[in-house]
Design a protein around this ligand. Structure first.
Ligand SMILES: Nc1ncnc2c1ncn2[C@@H]1O[C@H](COP(=O)(O)OP(=O)(O)OP(=O)(O)O)[C@@H](O)[C@H]1O
Ligand SMILES: [Mg+2]
Length: 455
């Protein structure tokens, strides 16, 4: 596997990760070195992970060289949020997928796994799957809500029935969807994830349904869609609420007729998929407003699984924290424990970003703590509690500047939401009930602020 990144720390992290997943990494620091590595080998690489923006060129150049060397090489692009558009370009040019920084190690492993399945590399030996599942088995939690959820998933797993999973951001919707797949009779079939909000409408259609050769400019070869690729397994439609209306109609037809027609094609192909959809939106009210089709909603909502937010089941925090600590200690190859004080503090937090937020906090603490034991200071956000103090007890007196104070409060709230979402702006916006544009606009006012403190 070829790893290409100009940033040394990321390179080293990827080296360890790839090696731990059972592959032999060749690690290079830029486009020129990547080209050399690609041309100097007798056998092509199974996969390439490349950064997008590097001093000596673009990851797209690496992609093109890799694809020219062998079509079978699967390329995963790593991108900063600001360059997502280039990532979409990379997809158009044949990249398998892209992940945004900062990323979760397991997300990268899972993406690689899927990429390699597509390149038919792992087939039998499933090394990556073992690496992932060995560390991330099942759904942790001792609360009554969690026990009921596991029961429900176990019962629903063997039904062929469409299932709708609802829950706030970071509650474990994708994990629940995987449980439905892994615990059911289709477990040996593919589990295909479609993020309905990730691609523009025109790319989305051919991504989902596939296209025939010559269907549009740039369609030099026929491509199988994700829906037919899920045949015999599970199709997970993540963020289903983001699916444009025109595609909602087309998806409905697939569910009704069990057939798909690739873009530009004249023949339909039969598909046998179990559909699991997830959303953090209130689809019922979107149906009322007319932004989500009622007929599709009823097709999907045959079984409904609701995942409660973490604040409704605080007794799960402790076992989850312990599990996530073990997971990230293993992934980062460090032995870490949590001090009682740190654990007691965690248990009292509201976690608006749910388990994802808890996980981010623990992952970061494992990475940054210097001692074996993670102390409260390692896990509590910097300036912890100060945004609350700022609102409750503003420093009024002579020279008090209301505008500056309100700006500081706004800044604290925005950064708090970013922290809860693990730096993902789209989710942070959701946590604050804003559109992404509104959030970006407000954040832009603070980002160049050289003063990092809340005050
Ligand atoms: N019950 C659980 N036990 C162990 N890990 C969990 C549990 N629930 C969630 N996680 C972990 O928390 C993280 C977030 O979960 P997941 O991605 O499934 O959430 P989501 O609801 O799909 O979030 P989003 O709406 O943000 O996409 C994942 O790393 C997942 O493995
Ligand atoms: Mg999700």
């Amino acid at each position: 596997m070829l790893v290409c990144d100009d940033e040394r720390t990321l390179r080293e992290m990827l080296r360890v990760l790839v090696r731990r997943a059972g592959f032999t990494p060749t690690v290079v620091d830029g486009v020129t070195a990547a080209r050399e590595a690609l041309s100097s080998r007798d056998t092509p690489f199974d996969a390439v992970i490349t950064d997008l923006m590097m001093p000596d060129g673009s990851g797209i150049d690496v992609l093109e060289s890799a694809k020219a060397r062998s079509e079978a090489t699967q390329v995963v692009v790593i991108t900063a949020h600001a360059t997502t558009e280039r990532a979409v370009e990379a997809m158009r040019k044949g990249a398998y997928d892209y992940i945004e920084k900062p990323f979760d190690n397991l997300v990268l492993l899972a993406t690689l796994e899927k990429a390699l399945e597509k390149g038919a590399v792992i087939g039998e030996n499933r090394r990556l799957r073992d690496a992932i599942e060995g560390r991330d088995r099942g759904m942790i939690g001792t609360s009554r809500a969690m026990r009921e959820l596991r029961d429900m998933l176990a019962r629903a797993a063997n039904a062929p029935t469409s299932t709708l999973i609802t829950g706030e951001s970071g509650t474990g919707k994708e994990l629940a969807a995987r449980a439905l797949h892994d615990w059911g009779s289709r477990r040996d079939g593919p589990f295909i994830v479609v993020n309905c909000g990730a691609l523009p409408e025109n790319l989305m259609e051919s991504e989902l349904f596939g296209h025939v050769k010559g269907a549009f400019t740039g369609a030099n070869a026929a491509k199988e869609g994700l829906i037919p690729a899920a045949s015999g397994g599970t199709l997970f439609l993540d963020e289903i609420g983001e699916l444009p209306l025109s595609l909602q109609v087309k998806l409905l037809r697939v569910l009704q007729e069990r057939k798909v027609r690739p873009v530009g094609g004249s023949e339909e192909v039969g598909v046998d998929v179990r559909v699991v959809a997830a959303t953090n939106r209130d689809l019922e009210s979107e149906v009322d407003e007319g932004s989500f089709r009622e007929d599709l909603f009823y097709r999907l909502n045959v079984i409904r699984v609701r995942i409660p937010p973490l604040r409704e089941r605080p007794e799960d925090i402790r076992p989850l924290a312990q599990h996530l600590l073990e997971k990230h200690s293993a992934l980062q190859a460090r032995r870490r424990t949590l001090s009682d004080e740190a654990m007691d503090w965690l248990v009292r937090q509201p976690f608006p970003g749910n388990i994802r937020e808890l996980e981010n906090r623990i992952e970061r603490a494992v990475a940054l703590s210097t001692g074996e034991r993670i102390e409260l200071a390692d896990i509590r956000p910097e300036g912890g509690g100060s945004s609350a103090e700022l609102v409750a007890a503003p420093p009024i007196g002579e020279g008090f500047d209301l505008e500056a104070h309100l700006a500081a409060v706004e800044r604290a709230v925005l950064f708090r939401a970013l922290e809860a979402s693990g730096g993902v702006r789209k989710r942070a916006a959701e946590l604050l009930g804003m559109t992404f544009r509104q959030f970006r606009y407000r954040l832009a006012k603070h980002e160049d602020d050289p003063d990092d403190s809340v005050e």
